[in-house]
Design a protein around this ligand. Structure first.
Ligand code: ADP
Ligand code: MG
Length: 346
């Protein structure tokens, strides 16, 4: 079986800038793919190459078993939802949603039916006759989604589609996007620089950095077992303890010798990563020494605590339960379980 979307050694060079450097990716049908990375990492360029708006310098794109590399955007079984939605302000909601069908010469009655179905799909049944200016920000977003889905693309491409919305609406639209993807069974490829959004949506997270794919996998795997230091720091918070491998499964650090399972050879420079929720105060197997609280902020479900080792220059970020009294300067004996330490090369 070939993948539904195949990105095969795609490169894109702009003068001296390499926007994409031999990117390869295989995506199964019905996946919710999130391209995650900092600004300038090549996310938009990759999406645009998949959609046919950018011609790659090298490489090949196949969708549903067909090579689409030489096809125009309109010929491809994809539609793209741009960040600004690009709705036609002078057209009605139905006019906007039906535009792609009109271009494809779908006859009137069939068009009406599909417009109504698409509006229903996004929760806007009965809004067809309204003007775009009568719709709220969230509703416009839904109109744009209906317009993109009405032509039944194999793949829906979304470039930072929620970037302009406030936090509450963004969360709500995330839920709706996910439900929409499940209902339609289409593959979605969604660009964001927001790791929380990636976690909320993705079945497959693709972490990009400097035109390359750093890591890809389920959000859980990437969070718990990041492949690289870049991925670990981009996908959530962590305490990072630098050290040097001193022998079999031992790392010398400023807070002492720590035991961790690893394949790195003696002498290797490594970083040990621990996620905040995995740092404990109940004497778990790996002793991380005593640290003093520098800052504690109440987050509702927990305190987010910044602490500094008593000996050695080492910062910690951890969580404490909301019912615990946390005071600046208080000493905590920190520890974690052996499996909570991730060892990464520097
Ligand atoms: P992202 O979407 O992750 O922020 P982009 O794909 O937009 O990143 O850009 C990747 C790199 O390619 C950046 O260095 C950007 O400046 C460069 N780039 C993108 N588009 C063009 C263009 N049309 N001309 C020149 N450089 C470009
Ligand atoms: Mg971009």
């Amino acid at each position: 079986m070939t993948a539904h979307l195949e990105v095969d050694s795609i490169s894109k060079v702009y003068g001296v800038v390499t926007a994409l450097d031999q990117v390869s990716l295989a995506v199964e049908q019905g996946a919710y793919v999130v391209l995650l990375g900092p600004s300038g990492s090549g996310k938009t360029t990759l999406l645009s190459v998949i959609g046919g708006f950018t011609v790659p310098s090298a490489g090949r794109i196949a969708i549903a078993g067909r090579d689409v590399t030489a096809m125009s955007p309109a010929q491809r079984p994809t539609t793209t939802l741009f960040q600004d939605y690009a709705l036609f302000p002078h057209m009605s909601v139905a006019g906007n949603v039906g535009f792609g069908l009109k271009v494809r010469r779908v006859p009137g009655p069939e068009r009406e039916k599909r417009i109504a179905a698409a509006l229903e799909l996004v929760g806007l049944a009965g809004y067809g006759g309204r003007g775009i200016h009568e719709m709220s920000g969230g509703q416009r977003q839904r109109v744009a989604l209906a317009r993109a889905l009405v032509v039944e693309p194999e793949i829906l491409l979304l470039d930072e589609p929620l970037g302009a919305l406030d936090l509450n609406l963004r969360r709500q639209m995330q839920d709706e996007l996910l439900a929409l993807q499940r209902r339609t069974g289409r593959s979605f490829v969604h660009v964001t620089h927001d790791q929380e959004e990636a976690m909320a949506l993705a079945s497959l997270v693709v972490v990009m950095n400097k035109g390359r794919i750093e890591d890809h996998g389920s959000p859980k795997r990437i969070y718990e077992r990041p492949a690289t230091l870049f991925t670990a720091t981009f996908m959530g918070e962590s305490t990072q303890i630098s050290g040097r491998v001193s022998g079999a499964n031992a790392v010398e650090t400023v807070i002492g010798s720590l035991h961790a399972d690893m394949t790195h050879p003696a002498g290797a420079e490594v970083v040990l990563i621990v996620r905040p929720e995995n740092i404990r105060t109940d004497g778990a197997a790996i002793d991380l020494g005593t640290a003093r609280i520098r800052e504690a902020t109440f987050q509702g479900a927990h305190y987010r605590v910044l602490a500094k080792a008593e000996r050695g220059d080492q910062d910690f970020v951890l969580r404490l339960p909301p019912d615990q009294v946390v005071e600046q300067g208080a000493a905590l004996r920190l520890s974690c379980r052996a499996e909570s330490l991730v060892v990464l090369g520097r």
